[in-house]
Every structure is written in C-alpha cells, then in structure tokens.
Design a protein around this ligand. Structure first.
Ligand SMILES: [Cu+2]
Length: 158
C-alpha cells in the first residue's frame, strides 16, 4: 500500500516542481518582452571600446522616436577612446561620464558633433538621446589614427 502511494506522490511532486519553474521562467520572459517592445521604454544598448582599437559590437540597431541609453564601456582599455557620431538627427541629448581625455573634455570639442563621449581608460559613461530619423549613421573614435585603424561602427536607426 505504501509503495503505491509513493508511486502516485512522487510524480505529482515532480509535476508541481516543473510547473513552478515553468511559471517563473514564463514570468521573466514576459517582463523582458514588455521592456523591449513597449512604445515608450528606453532602449538600452552597450558599446565596448577596446585597446584592439575596435568598437564591440560595431553595429547597433535602435528605433527612431524612442529614447536610447547608449552605455559606452572603456573599462577594459588602458587608453583614451571616444565614441563620436558626426551627423545624426537627434533630440534630448545628455551624456554622463564624459569628462577626461586630453583635449577631449569640454563642450568645445563636443559641439562639433551631434553625439560625442570621450572616456579615459577604465571609464564607463553613457549617452542618452532620441534618434528622430531612420537611417545608417557612422560612429568613430576621433583619437588620431584610431578611425584609420578600424575604430568605426554603424548606428542603424529603424
Ligand atoms: Cu580610440
């Protein structure tokens, strides 16, 4: 008799456990979906700058008309790098962590570009902006020689 009960109870316990895990995973998935696809949420993207003189990834895709928070991560570099978009229709531009970088700090340099953030080696900063027009926009590092060495990327606004 006892054996029969165990035979019934064990699969039941296993089934309840499975349902609980499935529900938890499903819930997480739903949260993420809401964050990514909602019309008003901030689009979070990260670009890493490396001492191999590259941006990773070299291609970033965002939607027009929605705010973007572009985290620029120079934490694994020893050198100064910057991320610069010379021309791109944007509004509501903000940047943080942009101080530093010889000859880079200050608005005089930044004013030449629509988007610009320079970071010392080890630094992490962010650019916040809302792209207003779809298209493909090139970003580069303006440190002498870096663009020529391949430090370029593409910001695709859809
Ligand atoms: Cu660079």
């Amino acid at each position: 008799m006892k054996r029969i009960i165990m035979r019934l109870v064990l699969p039941l316990v296993a089934a309840i456990g499975f349902i609980a895990v499935a529900a938890a995973c499903g819930g997480g998935g739903d949260d993420k979906k809401t964050g990514d696809s909602s019309g008003s949420g901030v689009q979070e993207v990260t670009v890493k700058m490396t001492d191999l003189v590259t941006f990773q990834p070299a291609e970033v895709r965002v939607e027009a008309g929605r705010p973007v928070r572009l985290t620029v991560d120079n934490s694994e570099s020893a050198a100064v790098h910057d991320l610069t978009v010379a021309e791109m229709p944007v509004m509501d531009v903000l940047s943080s962590g942009a101080a530093g970088g010889m000859g880079h700090a200050g608005m005089d340099v930044g004013a030449e570009y629509d988007l610009h953030i320079a970071l010392d080696g080890g630094g992490v900063g962010a650019l916040e902006f809302t792209p207003t027009q779809s298209g493909e926009y090139v970003f580069i590092c303006t440190v002498p020689g870096h663009e020529q060495a391949g430090m370029t990327g593409k910001l695709i606004v859809v």
